[in-house]
Design a protein around this ligand. Structure first.
Ligand SMILES: Nc1ncnc2c1ncn2[C@@H]1O[C@H](COP(=O)(O)OP(=O)(O)OP(=O)(O)O)[C@@H](O)[C@H]1O
Length: 323
């Protein structure tokens, strides 16, 4: 595997994945969900200058689920923040549904969920989820209806009047996801939303997120440190190299997630069972191996194909959870 040729056209995550949405060419005039072109982000100046991203290009198709994975400090969050218009590139462009990121943010194309749920402790679950709708002037009746639907979607209908500190970490994170979906975004940006949760809760929420995505058909850009999480969730895993962050490889996943689609779902327990089956499927194990191999290019790129003397070939890139 090698660093993508800088002369080649921008890497499109929709080019090679068998289960990703149709390539843009077959979507008529529909714009990409995300189009990142030759983006560089440099922080600071002089001796303290940090090149966080170097000439990164990436396309995410509408409805596609893309994970960003790579060693700690490789620029995953920086890239996500640029897409979210929380930061600006030093050079290059970021477009969301064919418009500059700024415009997309102002017209509320995004839903955003980060590692900390970030709920307002003095507001009930309902009041937290409806906050974006209240801010954008949605009427009371429409707000109520939408929040009821969202709380149903994340399985928290019975907790609408609870306060965040009365909920578990996983439940709080589900509230945050419901809030991020409030304005029916066509793009969800998620930075390690399950990073602080125990393994069982995490796997359960991963399955729930897949179901929610199947229902809302939102495109997702998802930052994670976990290879299995990236593979389980994604149509495509984007593997980044250590700083300066570049895209090292794009790994299509190709899992059959039909059992988690809304049309066939019977209960959360049944969905969790489908999730368990997926995690032991050959296609899952194969994709985990391919992502792991792509990440281990870190050793080769450092001129250490077999690792330094005494270093295991299975040395781990810092900050990537291989479980
Ligand atoms: N506001 C900032 N000012 C200066 N440097 C920054 C800033 N934000 C990020 N960086 C630097 O940019 C690099 C990439 O950071 P970023 O947070 O994007 O990495 P990451 O891949 O998300 O890391 P992690 O996996 O550890 O969360 C790091 O070296 C970081 O120190």
């Amino acid at each position: 595997m090698s660093q993508p040729d800088p002369q080649s056209p921008p890497l499109s995550t929709s080019e090679s994945a068998s289960t990703t949405p149709a390539p843009l060419a077959s979507q008529g005039a529909q714009a990409s969900a995300v189009q990142v072109d030759s983006v560089t982000r440099v922080f600071g100046r002089g001796a303290s200058q940090v090149v966080a991203l170097d000439d990164v290009s990436l396309t995410v198709a509408p409805g596609e689920f893309v994970s960003l994975i790579g060693p700690s400090g490789c620029g995953k969050s920086t890239l996500l923040r640029l897409v979210a218009d929380l930061d600006q590139p030093t050079s290059g462009t970021v477009e969301v549904f064919g418009r500059p990121a700024r415009q997309a943010r102002l017209s509320r194309e995004y839903g955003i969920a980060f590692q900390q749920a970030g709920l307002l402790p003095w507001r009930t679950v309902r009041a937290n989820v409806e906050l974006p709708l209240a801010l954008s002037g949605t009427g009371r009746g429409a707000r109520r209806e939408r929040v009821d639907h969202l709380l149903d979607l994340v399985g928290l209908a019975d907790f609408a009047d609870s306060f965040p500190d009365q909920l578990s970490g996983g439940m709080q994170q589900r509230v945050a996801i419901a809030r991020s979906l409030a304005e029916e975004p066509s793009l969800l940006l998620m930075d390690e939303p399950f990073g602080a949760l125990d393994e069982m809760t995490r796997e359960h929420l991963q399955t729930q997120l897949l179901r929610i995505c199947a229902e809302t058909r939102a495109a997702v850009v998802f930052v994670t440190h976990s290879i299995p999480e990236a593979v389980f969730l994604s149509d495509t895993v984007v593997v980044m190299s250590p700083r300066p962050g570049r895209i090292r490889e794009i790994v299509p996943v190709g899992l059959d997630r039909a059992g988690i689609a809304p049309a066939t779902a019977v209960s959360t327990a049944a969905e969790d069972a489908v999730g368990d089956d997926l995690r032991t499927a050959d296609a899952f194990v194969d994709a985990v191996a391919r992502v792991r191999t792509a990440l281990h290019g870190d050793l080769a790129s450092a001129g250490r194909p077999g690792g330094a003397p005494g270093e295991s070939r299975t040395a781990r890139p810092a900050g990537v959870d291989q479980r």
